[in-house]
Design a protein around this ligand. Structure first.
Ligand SMILES: Cc1cc2nc3c(=O)[nH]c(=O)nc-3n(C[C@H](O)[C@H](O)[C@H](O)COP(=O)(O)OP(=O)(O)OC[C@H]3O[C@@H](n4cnc5c(N)ncnc54)[C@H](O)[C@@H]3O)c2cc1C
Ligand SMILES: NC(=O)c1ccc[n+]([C@@H]2O[C@H](COP(=O)([O-])OP(=O)(O)OC[C@H]3O[C@@H](n4cnc5c(N)ncnc54)[C@H](O)[C@@H]3O)[C@@H](O)[C@H]2O)c1
Length: 462
């Protein structure tokens, strides 16, 4: 039994079925999950036209137009399948997975009680395992006046059919940076209020600095070390700031992180704490639950809050569940078939701002804190021939973090226009632990932005 039919639950169910199990999947909203309707797909549909326009403006002779907001929003609606899940339900049926609509709650060992849309209650018992794949919801701070102020969360920010004339965005993480970029490009006046002193704090510092600079260049009012202490809506929204002063906007987006969807999941019936992520081992098995029947995959286990990592866990844990049920041996060595090793060593992520931020593995700071003997190798991407052709005055930077003892890469970060498609080359280098001596023979085509690889290696060997 799988609870939650987001990208993770779908993949886990499919792999468990491919391994020989019959699978039922419980979904309380839309099959396809947050990613399809209120996260990855609609946000990237809003951002892609902005990136295309920015690229056009940097290539002389192409054009300097503005976005047609209604066309962009209409295309976004198509990408969100108009918030209907018929297509994904069709896929589930084709994959021979049984869909149970309703809110699922654990009800003791191997049991899931489903509150069905007609108000009924159905208790389902799994023969082998229950996999919780319920994802996360937006986390809102406890601020006076916030509840009555109808704030935007990531859901409204990705699905709004109106462009607010003035938008205040709270937060300095990925959602805040991407949504500030998108709505500014669609015409909003945007103020970005950041509690800390940098954007994208989990990436290399030069990434957040480049994004802050470009958000400001796009006309966004970026304010660091600024906290909101009170929110009031009287038609418009007024935010009171800790240093004194107020900000008034038509809408306010709180992009202040996520909470695991475990508060109303019956976790107390299996002696786990509601509202917390479900901790798992590297085969997906929940720790502290006897009997080896409860798994958790994707955002809900807190390992890596990204669709591709959730799907990766889904593929691996689904197969593990089927293998354990059939008595087949697992392969739990590092990078083995039955463990999600990449979660700890090589998580790739692209932040679709302008410039894009594409990173995999450890930052210099993380590698140093983990005790590796490392060297950071830096190079400005604008000095690569392919980049200077890509855009006039191309601004970008790359860093590779080299493990000096093994001469392999622990992490790579690219910042610049069009770098997202470079990332998989770095993911392969980090995951496969390709020695620098061999990377030297991986020749990038001339004149592409990929020549950054050659420059990084030359810099290392200089
Ligand atoms: C604005 C935004 C943009 C993002 N962009 C990207 C991106 O570009 N790339 C990327 O990799 N990641 C992105 N993410 C992160 C990505 O959305 C998540 O990592 C991903 O959705 C996690 O998938 P999941 O299947 O684990 O959970 P979810 O997608 O959250 O799916 C969980 C499902 O479980 C259901 N459910 C919950 N509780 C119950 C219950 N009790 N009973 C039955 N069903 C239940 C929910 O209705 C939902 O359908 C973004 C996130 C946000 C907020
Ligand atoms: N392109 C992508 O891959 C993509 C896009 C969007 C989201 N995501 C994923 O979704 C997850 C959620 O993103 P997110 O940006 O909501 O979370 P986040 O954790 O990345 O950032 C949250 C930000 O809010 C700030 N914050 C927290 N509480 C606050 C408060 N009370 N007041 C002011 N600021 C506060 C934090 O300091 C942080 O800067 C992330 O893990 C991210 O990886 C991925």
């Amino acid at each position: 039994m799988v609870v939650g039919a987001g990208p993770t639950g779908e993949n886990l169910a499919d792999r468990a079925h491919a391994g020989g199990l019959s699978v039922a999947i419980v979904e309380s909203e839309l099959v396809g999950g947050e990613c399809s309707y209120w996260a990855c797909m609609p946000s990237k549909a809003l951002l892609r036209p902005a990136a295309a326009l920015a690229d056009a403006r940097r290539a002389p002779g192409v054009g300097t137009g503005t976005l047609d907001a209604s066309a962009v929003l209409a295309r976004r609606d198509d990408f969100a399948s108009h918030w209907k899940d018929d297509g994904q339900v069709g896929w589930l049926e084709g994959a021979e997975l049984v869909l149970v609509r309703g809110h699922g709650r654990l009800d003791g060992a191997k049991r899931v009680a489903v509150e069905t849309p007609d108000g009924g209650r159905r208790v389902l018992t799994a023969r082998h395992a229950v996999a919780v794949c319920t994802g996360t919801g937006a986390a809102l701070p406890d601020l006076p006046g916030l509840a009555g102020a109808r704030p935007w969360t990531s859901r409204e920010a990705t699905s709004s059919s109106q462009v607010p004339p003035r938008l205040a965005v709270i937060g300095g993480g990925v959602v805040a940076c991407e949504m500030a970029t998108a709505w500014r490009a669609l015409g909003s006046e945007v103020v970005l209020l950041v509690r800390g002193s940098q954007l994208l704090p989990r990436t290399e510092p030069f990434a957040g600095e480049a994004v802050a600079e470009s958000l400001r260049a796009a006309g966004i009012d970026v304010r660091f070390d600024t906290s909101v202490t009170e929110v009031r809506r009287e038609g418009t929204v007024t935010l009171t700031l800790d240093g004194g002063g107020t900000v008034t906007a038509d809408e306010v987006l709180f992009a202040t992180g996520r909470s695991p969807a475990t508060a109303d999941l019956g976790l107390e019936t299996v002696d786990l704490a509601p509202g917390r992520p479900i901790e798992v081992d590297s085969t997906g098995l929940a720790t502290g639950v006897p009997g080896g029947w409860l798994y958790a995959a994707g955002d809900v286990n807190g390992r890596a809050l990204l669709t591709h990592q959730g799907k990766y866990q889904g593929r691996i844990f689904g197969e593990v569940i089927a293998d354990r049920a059939a008595g087949r041996p697992l392969d739990t060595a590092d990078w083995g078939r039955s463990v999600a090793t990449a979660d700890e060593r090589a998580v790739p992520q692209v932040v679709f701002t302008d410039p894009e931020v594409a990173a995999v593995g450890l930052t210099l700071d993380e590698a140093t804190r983990k005790g590796y003997r490392v060297r950071a190798v830096d190079y400005d991407i604008g000095d690569v021939a392919g980049a200077s052709l890509h855009a006039d005055n191309y601004q970008g930077h790359a860093r590779a973090v080299v493990d000096l003892d093994r001469e392999t890469l622990l992490g790579v970060t690219f910042v610049g226009a069009g770098v997202s498609e470079l990332l998989h080359s770095a993911t392969i280098a980090v995951t496969a632990e390709v020695p620098i001596a061999r990377l030297w023979h991986a020749v990038p085509a001339y004149p592409t932005i990929s020549e950054i690889w050659l420059r990084l290696l030359e810099t290392y060997r200089a």
